[in-house]
Design a protein around this ligand. Sequence first.
Ligand SMILES: *Cc1c(COP(=O)(O)O)cnc(C)c1O
Length: 387
Amino acid sequence: MEAQGTFYRDTWVEVDLDSIRKNVAAVKKHVPKEINVIAVVKANAYGHGDVQVAQAALEAGAVYLAVAFLDEAIALRNKGITAPILVLGASRPEDVRTAADKHITLTVFQQEWLQEAQKYLSDSDRLLLHIKVDSGMGRIGVRSSEELTAIEQFVSRDKRLVFEGIFTHFATADELDTTYFNQQLAFFEKMLGQLSQRPQYVHTSNSAATIRFKKAYFNTIRLGIAMYGLTPSLEMEKEIPFPLHEAFSLKTRLVNVKKLHKGDKVSYGATYESQGDEWIGTLPIGYADGWIRKLSGQEVLVGGVRAPIVGRICMDQCMVRLPEYFPRGTEVTLIGTQGNQFISVNEIAAKLETINYEVPCIIAARVPRIYKKDGKIVAINNYLLNS
Ligand SMILES: *Cc1c(COP(=O)(O)O)cnc(C)c1O
């Protein structure tokens, strides 16, 4: 077995944990000090690395973690995280025993789910629950006060079930037009008014709402994209009153450098043709790493200057046209800073015609992650060699 923290490949992600801490601290400063911060670390912390980001966020003052699925919560427990964890998505009733054993909080929004879940709990189990309200996202959650009351009463009759929180999710918090946001907020407030008892945690705001709407804090916020240093949307970028620090960089090295002559071709389909003498470098990253074919033409940073990807991106490799000769082993930045140049996650998202959220998420687990704190490497995660 290989030592964890080793990798044998010239492509890696660098995650700056200081940026994560700074972003959490900036958000904590932006909200009143009694507001609890839930750090959203679903999808392997948006591709950054679940346990490292969770630890950095907790150090910076987050008190709760949130993931999408029970497996993600269990993975954090297995890596030694003891902080409370909320599963935001739907879980299966037959898995409540596992959740209770591991002190993992589940989201509930169906009475019949609770009825079934009861069968799987023993007398001594305690299952923490947050009720989800669908105030207009149209995804999961109770949509009427009758459903909410039924669930609240059901939970209050079973001492194994603990009503710890209630929440909703906004569909348009990152859009400048606030009409729909206000409708959702009013609906949620009406639903809160139906409760016979307010639970410990009441939360509605994602990053966008946290940055923009004090009136939607209740007592807890859910911080995702801004913790990673990314803007919730381009539309609201100008409304962010503090700097965000991007935590995610993607780097590789030239593994082959050659001079092509006029008419020489590059990659599948032989679609790229050298216009004269050109230095072409090969990068060991391709679409299987999430560096997908649509990124052909995207620039990378070599020697502090921009160089375009030429020809089709292959499964594991792609080629760049260099401004001059560079030796094999030269570091290349695909996302991040090199010298005084910067390729942002937003730039890659624009090229892919998508949102910045998607970019770190699609950089495959095959790419090892290096974690830096105070400029020093503190951990390396190579998913391939972990087990
Ligand atoms: C992903 C998610 C968040 C985090 O949203 P950001 O826009 O990344 O801050 C918050 N709440 C729920 C329910 C989510 O699914």
